[in-house]
Design a protein around this ligand. Structure first.
Ligand code: PLP
Length: 424
């Protein structure tokens, strides 16, 4: 199936007389005739469901759909994007290990890495995504277990050179994990450029309607854990907490990583999505290509309008010729650069606040990447835990306004911007 068809049909094909929509299996538990049958499921000897904290048919169908869209071998849904970021790393790193990450990442991910996971004994080195290959190389240590970056960073809107990052990761025998939230597989499929694992905050474009918080992890199945077995004993040696199973041996290169994250981390942390939320995500994905095309064309129109406005100090949108990331975007995002545009209003922070207060159609919301246009000042919201140096490293200017362009008529959006800029 081609991409647009997979959005509608991958992961669930109803049999004769069965529901055409993915059924919502809103049940915590599943009934069995014998304890023996149940035991085989616990031993990972048979596939099936016993408790929704670990797996649920609705979530699995939607995970399989997303897996097909990214071109992976296995996938799982989680209760949030934060859970996905955490699981993606904690599945292969523990106390005493080290991770290299791009500085241009979502503020919540930065906090998770730099503060919370540091307290768990995992050290992070942050690198400018635009650094040279040599600088990237120098960030690695013998105990480095992964390299992490965002395809289009929130809110800096830097475009990641995925091939450069993949080369560095593979030269050091570690996987590249890419947060593909803003691009979605409709605009970029990081596996095609060498990434090994993709994560998502599905809360954004994949759901698309600001209806359900969620996350996902997809494995490309291409990273050879056994070739680097000394680094990844959790995948390549028996798991005593799970009946001595060796994930790579039993589930192969394509299934080991996600099976471990499900059997071990989901069992212990329980970051499970509600089946209803998984279903909403599945519905959102059905229209993903149509929505992304409109988000991109609307955002391009808004960026071009802002660029010409005398009250606008600067605009960052990789679809604008002359933007620092224009060339990388042409390579990695040929169909468009998503719906998020960043800009600064002349007069700095105070003018930005006046402008935002003047908007009538766009709402001020701690959200981004959904059907209705919304706007945020990250330095006083999502990134307020960062000092000025950290903000600068993350590419977030104090006057940065993040404008998430929705699916409205472009003429109405520009009229709203026009009147709000007049007041700024
Ligand atoms: N990754 C990116 C790029 C994000 O923008 C966000 C949230 O804004 C997250 C991860 C965290 O996702 P969630 O809010 O679903 O936990």
């Amino acid at each position: 199936m081609n991409f647009d068809t997979s959005c509608l049909h991958a992961g669930y094909r109803p049999g004769s007389g069965e529901p055409r929509n993915i059924p919502i299996i809103q049940s915590t538990t599943f009934r069995y005739e014998t304890s023996g049958e149940m035991g085989r499921l616990f031993d990972l000897e048979a596939s099936g469901y016993f408790y929704t904290r670990l797996q649920n048919p609705t979530s699995d169908a939607v995970a399989a759909r997303l897996c097909a869209l990214e071109g992976g071998t296995a996938a799982m849904l989680l209760s949030s994007g934060q859970a996905a970021s955490f699981f993606s790393i904690f599945n292969i790193a523990s106390a005493g290990d080290h991770i290299v990450s791009s500085t241009a990442i979502y503020g919540g991910t930065y906090n998770l890495f730099a503060v919370t996971m540091k307290r768990m004994g995992i050290q992070f080195t942050f690198v400018d995504p635009d650094c040279t290959e040599d600088e990237l190389d120098e960030a690695f240590q013998p105990n480095t277990k992964a390299l992490f970056g965002e395809t289009i960073a929130n809110p800096a809107l830097t475009v990641l050179d995925i091939e450069k990052f993949a080369r560095a990761a593979h030269a050091h025998g570690v996987p590249l994990i890419v947060d593909n939230t803003f691009a979605t597989p409709a605009l970029c499929r990081p596996f095609e450029w060498g990434a090994d694992i993709v994560i998502h905050s599905t809360t954004k474009y994949l759901d698309g309607h600001a209806a359900a918080v969620g996350g996902a992890i997809v494995d490309s199945g291409r990273f050879d854990w056994e070739a680097h077995g000394d680094k990844y004993p959790g995948l390549t040696t028996p798991d005593d907490s799970y009946h001595g199973v060796t994930y790579t041996e039993k589930f192969g290169q394509g299934g080991a990583y996600i099976t471990k994250a499900t059997a071990q981390l989901m069992r212990d942390f329980g970051s499970t999505p509600a089946p209803m939320n998984a279903w909403l995500l599945g519905m959102g994905i059905e229209t993903l290509p149509l929505r992304m095309a409109r988000h991109c064309s609307n955002a391009q129109g808004v960026a071009e309008y802002l660029q010409k406005h005398e009250k606008v100090a600067w605009v960052r949108y990789a679809g604008l010729p002359g933007d620092k990331y224009y060339e990388l975007a042409r390579k990695y995002l040929p169909q468009g650069c998503c719906g998020v545009v960043s800009f600064g209003v002349k007069g700095g922070r105070a003018a930005a606040e006046r402008f935002m207060a003047g908007l009538k159609l766009a709402s001020i919301a701690t959200h981004v990447a959904d059907a209705k246009t919304c706007v945020l000042h990250p330095a006083s919201a999502t990134h307020r835990q960062m000092n000025d140096a950290e903000l600068a490293a993350a590419g977030v200017a104090p006057d940065l306004v993040r404008f998430s362009v929705g699916l409205e008529d472009l003429k109405d959006l520009i009229a709203d911007l026009e009147q709000a800029l007049e007041e700024a």
